[in-house]
Write a protein that binds this ligand. Structure first.
Ligand SMILES: Cc1cc2nc3c(=O)[nH]c(=O)nc-3n(C[C@H](O)[C@H](O)[C@H](O)COP(=O)(O)OP(=O)(O)OC[C@H]3O[C@@H](n4cnc5c(N)ncnc54)[C@H](O)[C@@H]3O)c2cc1C
Length: 455
C-alpha cells in the first residue's frame, strides 16, 4: 500500500498517535504526525508528563501488536495489588487478581511515549514537532498548522486526518462544523497534583515496589506508583473547593499541615513536598462523550480526543490502544474503505468507551470512599472465591476490565448483575467459610451465562 492511496495525517504524538502510526505503517500506509510540543527526546520534560501509567491487558495487546511490548520489559514494574495506608500508618494489601499473571504494570508515561516515538520513526513515520493544529476543515481535510517556533501558520491539504490530540482536541473543536455533532464535557470537581517519593540513598524503593499505594481519606486521596529507578510517582487528588481542597492550600504550612493530618507516613517520604507542590500545576479531569467521531472517510478522532475519561480505572490508554487495534482490525477486514471503516469503528467502540467512562467515575468513588471499608474488602474476598469456583461465569468487574479484553459494555452489565449477587450473599455473613454454596450455584446459573474470555 503506497501513497497512491493518499497519506494519513495524524494530529498528536502523545501515546495513541505513535502507536496507531506504527500499526498503519506496518500495513504499508504512508503516515505522518503533527505534534504541538517539542520532541521530548531532545528537550527536558515539562511538568504533567511525568505521571506513571498502569498498563494492562488491552494496552499490552496493542503494544504486542505493534512489536513494542518486549522492549518495554525494562521500563515496567508489575503491581500485584493495592496497598492501603491508614492514617496511623497501618498497611493492608488487597491483591488485584488471583495469581502472578493478574497484575497491572506501572510505567512512566515519558518512557512509554519515547519507546513509541522511536519505534514509529524507525519504521519511517515522519513526526513534525512544534506544529500545533489550530483548525481543520472537516469536509476537505485541510488543516491549519501553527509553527510554535516561528508563529507562522500554514494550511496542509491532508488526504485523511486522524485526531489523536487528547482531551482538549483541536479536531474535536473543529467537529462543531457538522450539524448533528453532540458533545458533553463533564469536568470533575476534583483536581490532581504530581508529587515524587525519591529513592533511598542506595537507589531502592522506600515502599513495597510491587503495589499501587493508596491513602484513601474520604473526600481526598493520594496514590503512588513505582518507577524502575526506585522513585514513586504520586498523585494527590483533592476537590478544587471546600474543606481540604486545592483552594485552601496557599502556603507552605497549609500543605505540610494537610499531610501531617491526613498522610503522615507519606509526609516522611516526600522531602520535597512543598517545592513539588508549588512547582507542579494542578491538573483537571474531564469525561468527554461526543458523536459522531468521524466525517465520512475524511476525518476521525480516537483516544482521549473522542472519549476522555477520568483516570480512576487506569484505563485511558488501555482503552485508547484498544481503539488503535480495533481500527486496524477493521482496515484488515474492509481495506481502505475509510467511510465504512470509520463508521464501523464508531459503532463498535462508542458503546464500550461510554461504559468505561461511567465505570471510571464509579471507581473514583470506590477508591476514594470504600477501599478502606472492611465490608468492601470482604466483598472482594468473596468475589475472588466465586471466581475460583466459577472461572467462566463469575469474573470480578475489575478483572474483566483489567486482565481480559472482554468488551467494556459487557463488563459493566455483568458487573451490575454480580454486584446484586454479592449483596445478596454478603449482607448477612462475615466470613468466606459461611458462604452458602447451594444458593450461590442457583444465583449464578440463573443470572449469568458463560463468558467469551478471548485471549
Ligand atoms: C493523572 C492521570 C493518570 C492517568 N493514569 C492512567 C493509567 O494509569 N492508565 C491508563 O491507561 N491511562 C491513564 N491516564 C489516561 C491517559 O493518560 C490518557 O488516556 C492517554 O494519555 C490518552 O492518550 P492520547 O494519545 O489520546 O492523548 P495524549 O496522551 O494527551 O496525547 C495527545 C497529544 O496530542 C498533542 N496535541 C494536543 N493538541 C494538539 C494540537 N492542537 N496540535 C498538535 N498536537 C496536539 C499533545 O501535545 C499530546 O502529545 C491517566 C491520565 C491522567 C490525567
Amino acid at each position: 500500500m503506497t501513497s497512491a492511496r493518499g497519506k494519513i495525517t495524524l494530529i498528536g504524538a502523545g501515546l495513541n498517535g505513535p502507536l496507531l502510526a506504527i500499526l498503519l505503517k506496518q500495513r504499508g500506509f504512508d503516515v505522518e504526525i503533527y505534534e504541538r510540543r517539542s520532541d521530548m527526546r531532545r528537550v527536558s520534560m515539562s511538568a504533567g508528563r511525568s505521571i506513571n501509567l498502569a498498563v494492562s491487558a488491552r494496552g499490552i495487546h496493542g503494544l504486542k501488536k505493534a512489536g513494542v511490548w518486549d522492549q518495554m520489559q525494562g521500563i515496567i514494574i508489575p503491581m500485584r495489588g493495592r496497598m492501603m495506608h491508614s492514617v496511623a500508618g497501618e498497611l493492608t494489601f488487597q491483591p488485584y487478581g488471583r495469581n502472578e499473571a493478574e497484575v497491572i504494570n506501572s510505567t512512566s508515561r515519558a518512557a512509554l511515549n519515547i519507546a513509541l516515538l522511536d519505534a514509529a520513526e524507525n519504521l519511517g513515520v515522519a513526526i513534525h514537532f512544534n506544529r500545533r493544529c489550530v483548525g481543520c476543515d472537516v469536509k476537505t481535510g485541510a488543516i491549519s498548522l501553527r509553527n510554535e517556533e516561528t508563529g507562522g501558520t500554514t494550511v496542509h491539504a491532508a488526504d485523511l486526518v486522524i485526531g489523536c490530540d487528547g482531551s482538549a482536541s483541536a479536531i474535536r473543536a473543529a467537529m462543531i462544523q457538522i450539524q448533528n455533532f453532540t458533545l458533553t464535557e463533564a469536568q470533575l470537581d476534583y483536581g490532581y497534583k504530581e508529587l515524587t517519593i525519591p529513592a533511598s540513598a542506595n537507589g531502592k524503593h522506600l515502599l513495597e515496589p510491587h503495589a499501587l499505594h493508596i491513602w484513601p481519606r474520604g473526600n481526598l486521596m493520594l496514590i503512588a506508583l513505582p518507577n524502575i529507578d526506585g522513585t514513586f510517582g504520586c498523585i494527590l487528588f483533592l476537590p478544587f473547593e471546600g474543606a481540604d481542597s486545592f483552594c485552601r492550600l496557599s502556603t507552605e504550612s497549609d500543605v505540610v499541615g494537610l499531610f501531617e493530618d491526613r498522610f503522615p507516613d507519606a509526609l516522611r517520604l516526600i522531602p520535597d513536598l512543598v517545592s513539588n507542590y508549588f512547582a507542579n500545576p494542578t491538573g483537571s479531569m474531564v469525561t468527554v462523550k461526543c458523536s459522531p467521531w468521524h466525517v465520512g472517510g475524511k476525518v476521525l478522532m480516537l483516544g482521549d480526543s473522542a472519549h476522555a475519561i477520568v483516570p480512576f480505572f487506569g484505563q485511558g490508554i488501555n482503552c485508547g490502544f484498544e481503539d488503535c487495534t480495533s481500527l486496524v482490525d477493521l482496515i484488515d477486514r474492509h481495506g481502505p474503505d475509510w467511510a465504512l471503516v470509520f463508521s464501523e469503528f464508531e459503532r463498535a467502540r462508542k458503546v464500550n468507551t461510554d461504559a468505561i467512562a461511567d465505570m471510571a467515575i464509579e471507581n473514583f468513588m470506590e477508591m476514594r470512599d470504600r477501599v478502606a471499608d472492611p465490608r468492601f474488602l470482604f466483598r472482594k474476598k468473596v468475589e475472588l472465591a466465586l471466581e475460583a469456583r466459577y472461572p467462566r461465569l463469575f469474573v470480578p468487574k475489575y478483572s474483566m476490565v483489567t486482565f481480559h479484553r472482554i468488551p467494556y459494555a459487557v463488563a459493566m452489565q455483568r458487573g451490575a448483575i454480580q454486584d446484586r449477587i454479592l449483596t445478596e450473599l454478603c449482607d448477612s455473613i462475615d466470613s468466606v467459610e459461611s458462604l452458602d454454596w447451594q444458593k450461590i450455584d442457583h444465583l449464578i446459573h440463573r443470572d449469568l451465562t458463560p463468558l467469551e474470555m478471548g485471549e
